[in-house]
Design a protein around this ligand. Structure first.
Ligand code: KIV
Length: 281
């Protein structure tokens, strides 16, 4: 795309949609306005998300699964997150950019958490970081928030703990785990997070947590009563064909569209129909 056209697209989207900050999402909860969040890992997708008015782009460590092809999110590094966040940052003018801090980049000590989260804030200029975990990371959250690094929490099915859980099944189905999740949510709010992702927990529990907090909850597989929703962009576009949990609504079948385009291209090249005269110099 020519440079001037690129600028025009940005200007158009900047005029249409508000700039979203951590304060905006708190106000949205107060006003009963639902928060729409999707993951984004690259410049072009992030630009489309921003153009249509997504509230939050999450540079998720799900990049490990859907971009890098790993079985889990555990191998993802801080360098990976910086690389993807930089591409997203270049495209986004209005949405709040939140970046997942990868496994073992924040759990070890307050110092390490500050150093790694600080890199995302300073080297990329994102709006906030997301950390998985409950009460046991509250102290780390408190330090980050105090020095000006906004934090989004993540409870329920926390994929970085998959080796502890042993399964991607629904979490907190029994009373004990449900009670622990409620007190984790309270501890995170008290420590200063501005929002909490609730992943794959019963809808009734998500409703209870959402009603107990003044900060917004953003659900994924957590029912309709969260203050916002998030999906992995590759899932909702139908690119992760074999991944079909009930909480993923497919808004497109992009894998079919892409295969169709690739097949047509191959046929055209093999049949000598591409490039045509008008596509040559
Ligand atoms: O990494 C990710 O994409 C996430 C979402 C599933 C919330 O954490």
């Amino acid at each position: 795309m020519a440079r001037s056209k690129k600028k025009a697209v940005h200007e158009e989207s900047a005029g249409l949609h508000r700039v979203v900050t951590t304060k905006t999402v708190l106000t949205m909860k107060k006003n009963g306005e639902k928060i729409a969040m999707l993951t984004g890992y690259d410049y072009l997708t992030a630009r489309l998300l921003d153009q249509v008015g997504i509230d939050i782009v999450l540079v998720g460590d799900s990049v490990g699964n859907v971009v890098q092809g790993h079985e889990t999110t555990l191998p993802v590094t801080v360098e990976d997150m910086i690389y993807h966040a930089k591409a997203v940052k270049k495209a986004v003018k209005n949405a709040l950019i939140v970046v997942d801090m990868p496994f073992m980049s924040y759990q070890n000590s307050v110092d390490e958490a500050i150093r790694n989260c600080g890199r995302l804030m300073k080297e990329v200029g994102v709006g906030a970081v997301k950390l998985e975990g409950g009460e046991y990371i509250a102290d780390i959250v408190r330090h980050l928030v105090r020095i000006g690094i906004p934090v989004m929490g993540h409870l329920g099915l926390t994929p970085q703990a998959i080796n502890k859980f042993g399964t991607y099944e629904v979490r907190a189905q029994d009373k004990k785990e449900a009670a622990a999740l409620v007190s984790d949510a309270m501890a995170l709010e008290e420590a200063g997070v501005f929002a909490i992702v609730l992943e794959k927990i019963p809808a009734q529990l998500a409703k209870r947590v959402s009603n107990s907090l003044t900060i917004p909850t953003i659900g994924i597989g957590a029912g309709p009563n969260c203050d916002g929703q998030v999906l992995v962009v590759s899932d909702m576009l139908g690119l992760t064909e074999e991944f079909r949990p009930r909480f993923v609504r497919r808004y497109s079948e992009l894998a079919d569209v892409m295969r169709g385009a690739f097949r047509s291209y191959i046929d055209d090249v093999k049949g000598g129909r591409f490039p045509a005269k008008g596509e040559s110099y």
